[in-house]
Design a protein around this ligand. Structure first.
Ligand SMILES: C[S@@+](CC[C@H](N)C(=O)[O-])C[C@H]1O[C@@H](n2cnc3c(N)ncnc32)[C@H](O)[C@@H]1O
Length: 392
């Protein structure tokens, strides 16, 4: 074997053991090196076809020459590049095996088979970002890495790319511990992919829901799913119903799909109000606050209590100088919805920031206008509230 090809070592053997136990269907041996993982997969009856790829042409040449099996094909490829065009375009696998270069950069050992990048996990990061496109919905990935790769980061990347994992094996040798994880698409991805969603990425989670982003019919969407642990039944359903209503009045992100346990809406590309305000100029802030108050007024008229309008910081996104209210799961119908008066409280809490921007909002004026509005909500009393911004 050529010197530039990775000779099977402890890591290779640990992984090939798991390949023999878990590989099935159409298999990808990523970074095949000596071809040891491809050979292990080829032994199995339940394996239909093996594609072995490596960035290193010498490794691919070696595999083609030494492993003569009808079920095997070998290609030179930087990760999934060969599956982006030509006859292999879009190929998907039941099993993907990867013993990646996973060590942090070392000036003295600039080896493509070992070094995963400056921090060690860069090749794994690129691999995981693309892997969802090439793994069938029920398929699995066998991934090897070590404690020198930054385990916490690898787990975070796995989760971010819509996978869940379990540890299949580990082995300690002097200062290094090796791990083999089996990754599968998480429940959400398994459920959503058949519905035409792709690129499913974890974004955030609250007490009741988990949010993912995805692509659907060529556009980026946000998906909120009820947490299995949440007892707050109906919150996600409530968000869907409310969005349907407020969308008719131009409010909220555009609803695309509502089911009892999931809601899909257009992803709003923008900045949270809390991050936007301190950086914006007075000329931008004034119209935005006016718009926010108008949205509160529309909601009051609809009898929709949004709640948390006294701090619309993370549930208001500024996109192209317009504000879009998100997070509608806690809204409820109320004859006394008080969105505008809550927004008045917000103006007072943020007075110092607004003052720094050259706006002079007087608490006294806001309180007076808010009181009058609360007593008798009408166009006139609402206009008096807006005036406190106009005058500032
Ligand atoms: C640690 S070796 C593993 C070799 C073999 N699979 C094994 O288990 O012994 C990592 C392999 O990944 C290949 N590799 C590194 N970066 C790659 C990339 N971006 N795309 C494809 N292969 C890559 C290297 O050339 C090397 O053969």
């Amino acid at each position: 074997m050529k010197k530039s090809i990775y000779e099977p070592r402890e890591d290779s053997l640990l992984l090939s053991d798991q390949v023999r136990k878990n590989a099935k269907g159409v298999v990808l041996d990523m970074g095949t090196g000596s071809g040891i993982q491809a050979e292990a997969a080829l032994e199995l009856r339940q394996v239909e076809r093996v594609i072995a790829v490596d960035k290193n042409p010498a490794a691919v040449k070696h595999c083609k020459r030494t492993i003569k099996k009808r079920k095997l094909e070998c290609y030179v490829s930087d990760l999934f590049a060969v599956f982006k065009k030509g006859k292999l375009k879009g190929t998907q696998f039941d099993t993907i095996i990867f013993n990646p270069p996973y060590l942090p950069a070392d000036k003295n050992k600039p080896d493509m088979a070992l070094i995963g990048g400056k921090k060690g996990y860069e090749v794994v990061e690129r691999f995981l970002a693309d892997a969802p496109h090439h793994l069938k919905t029920g398929g699995s990935i066998l991934l090897l890495f070590s404690n020198l790769t930054n385990r916490h980061k690898v787990e975070e990347l796995i989760k971010l790319n819509g996978f869940e994992f379990k540890q299949l094996a580990s082995s300690r040798q002097f200062f290094e511990e090796l791990f083999i994880y089996q990754l599968a698409k998480n429940e959400t991805a398994q459920k959503l992919e058949p519905m035409g969603f792709s690129d499913i990425h974890y974004l955030d989670e609250g007490q009741r829901g988990v949010i993912f982003t995805a692509m659907h019919n060529g556009r980026k969407v946000a998906i909120k799913i009820k947490k299995p642990t949440s007892e707050a039944e109906g919150r996600v359903r409530n968000e869907g119903r409310t969005l349907e209503l407020v969308n008719k009045h131009g409010l909220g992100p555009k609803l695309l799909m509502a089911k009892p346990d999931l809601v899909v809406y257009e992803f709003v590309e923008g900045v949270f109000l809390k991050d936007w305000l301190p950086k914006a100029r007075k000329a931008q802030i004034k119209p935005l606050l006016r718009d926010l108050l108008h949205q509160g007024f529309v909601l009051d008229k609809l009898g929709v209590a949004k709640e948390e309008m006294h701090r619309p910081l993370k549930n208001a996104i500024v996109a192209k100088n317009k504000v879009v209210l998100i997070d509608w799961e806690r809204t409820h119908q109320s004859k006394k919805a008080h969105n505008v008066t809550q927004l008045c409280q917000f103006l007072m809490v943020w007075r110092d920031v607004l003052t720094k921007k050259g706006m002079r909002i007087k608490d006294k004026d806001v309180i007076e206008a808010a009181k009058a509005y609360k007593q008798k909500p009408s166009d006139t009393t609402f206009n008096a509230v807006v005036k406190t911004i106009d005058k500032s």
